[in-house]
Design a binder for this molecule. Structure first.
Ligand SMILES: Cc1cc2nc3c(=O)[nH]c(=O)nc-3n(C[C@H](O)[C@H](O)[C@H](O)COP(=O)(O)O)c2cc1C
Length: 194
């Protein structure tokens, strides 16, 4: 069981995560209920992390940018910075630009922002010595239905179980981490300029 203080710090890292124009166009569901986790497991192709985890975070992106969402964001900035809402016309302009796009464009953009929050959460979890697995391996439509996400204007894009590794049973643990060699990953400008 991951202690609540650590879960709270991971959630805070998500809350503080960077996002395009500061919109944070997603919500994150925090699931601990064992029965609910049992129902999610088959939706995630029976991957064991779902029910082994102590908490499951579901990153759900906005289906689309709406006037209500833009208004809520502007009100929040005005409150936190103690400035009049009228002074935030630039941000409202961003909102208008997003609302002129298709729902699919909005969703794809929102999902990318959710991935940034996921990356932030991964690092926060690792720094707190909490184990986690970022997961795309689930049926998003079924999860949305189970959790009533459509009613909230959301679509699930990622799930992140949090827990502690089983050192005895984890077959990956003794294996070396495999990553691309840096020569293959990075392209220095001297190569481009030659
Ligand atoms: C976007 C994304 C989706 C992933 N989906 C799954 C998944 O559905 N199931 C799973 O077991 N691991 C999943 N992984 C975990 C990767 O397989 C894992 O991060 C990678 O193998 C690196 O693991 P390592 O740090 O232990 O080497 C996913 C990772 C990312 C970033």
């Amino acid at each position: 069981m991951v202690p609540q203080e650590k879960v709270d710090l991971i959630l805070e890292s998500i809350r503080l995560s960077a996002s395009s124009a500061g919109f944070q166009p997603y919500q994150v569901l925090v699931i601990q209920n064992k029965e609910l986790l049992e129902k999610i497991k088959p939706i995630a192709f029976n991957q064991p992390q779902i029910t082994d985890a102590s908490h499951l975070l579901v990153f759900a992106a906005w289906e689309r940018v709406t006037p209500e969402r833009v208004d809520a964001m502007i009100k929040n900035i005005a409150r936190v910075r103690n400035v009049p809402e009228e002074s935030l016309a630039g941000i409202r302009g961003y909102g208008d630009q997003f609302m002129a796009q298709t729902a699919e464009q909005n969703f794809q953009w929102a999902a990318r922002q959710a991935y940034i929050a996921l990356g932030t959460a991964l690092i926060a979890a690792a720094s707190l010595e909490v184990d986690s697995t970022p997961m795309e391996g689930f049926d998003s439509a079924s999860l949305d239905q189970l959790l009533g996400l459509q009613e909230r204007g959301l679509k699930s894009v990622l799930i992140l179980p949090l827990g502690y590794r089983d050192s005895q049973k984890d077959w990956l643990l003794p294996q070396a981490k495999v990553r691309m060699p840096k020569e293959d990953l990075f392209i220095e400008d001297e190569v481009l300029l030659n």
